[in-house]
Write a protein that binds this ligand. Structure first.
Ligand SMILES: Cc1ncc(COP(=O)(O)OP(=O)(O)O)c(N)n1
Ligand SMILES: Cc1ncsc1CCOP(=O)(O)O
Ligand SMILES: [Mg+2]
Length: 208
């Protein structure tokens, strides 16, 4: 299993976005500290998801960056990704582990300590925890849990906790102080005027 990167770039495939351009800008800056999670909108076909994931996987190779696929684990297997990420509407964690196999990176979403501990017992190798802060990227989420909510989960599990939801370079220090191993971002990179520079700022915040 590759060591987990601290900066998780989640692809933004909403209209007007260019996810491959963002990945290309981030990779030379973050290199093996980068995890690219291929996440597509629900109306994306499996063929389109496969094509994007195949390209992302190839881009990651020279940088030894990790490539994961959100939700669609058959796409993860098809492109030989390092693993996948599942949440409450996806395959249960134990089933996802059976699909991906023992060596894969498997992330699971958890918002509170009990669910987090259950996800780890079922085979999650890291947890995506949030939303930490308000986000415009995903609707229908519960209230933000803040750094204190992150800390509660960190105290309950022994796997890396990746904080997600409204994360920017400015909010990283408090999340790290709460025990987050890393962060996952969509908008902080996909809407950045200069995604390479935004990547450098996030990496600097994560490593100081
Ligand atoms: C690192 C990380 N954490 C949480 C999520 C959210 O996953 P999920 O709850 O399944 O929601 P969708 O992303 O599928 O809409 C994530 N993708 N990555
Ligand atoms: C998929 C997801 N799950 C919880 S928050 C979120 C979206 C995070 O996007 P952003 O980094 O733009 O707030
Ligand atoms: Mg999901």
């Amino acid at each position: 299993m590759p060591s987990l990167g601290r900066l998780h770039l989640i692809t933004d495939t909403r209209p007007g976005c260019d996810p491959l351009a963002v990945v290309r800008a981030a990779l030379p800056v973050a290199r093996a500290d980068l995890v690219v999670q291929v996440r597509v909108t629900d109306d994306t076909t499996d063929r389109q998801a496969y094509d994007l994931a195949r390209r992302v996987r190839a881009l990651c190779v020279p940088y030894e960056a990790t490539c994961l696929v959100n939700d669609r684990l058959h796409v993860a297997l098809a492109v030989d990704a390092h693993g996948g990420h599942v949440g409450a509407d996806d395959l249960p964690v134990a089933a996802a582990r059976r699909v991906l196999g023992p060596a894969a990176v498997l992330g699971a979403t958890a918002r509170e300590p009990d669910a987090a501990a259950r996800a780890v017992a079922a085979g999650a190798s890291y947890l995506g925890v949030g939303p930490c802060h308000p986000t415009a990227t995903k609707t229908g989420l519960p209230d933000p849990i803040g750094p204190a909510g992150i800390h509660a989960v960190v105290a309950a599990v022994a796997v890396p906790v990746i904080a997600i939801g409204g994360v920017t370079a400015a909010t990283v220090p408090a999340l790290r102080a709460a025990g987050a191993y890393g962060v996952a971002v969509v908008g902080a990179l996909s809407t950045a005027a200069d995604p390479g520079r935004a990547t450098a700022e996030l990496i600097a915040a994560l490593t100081c």
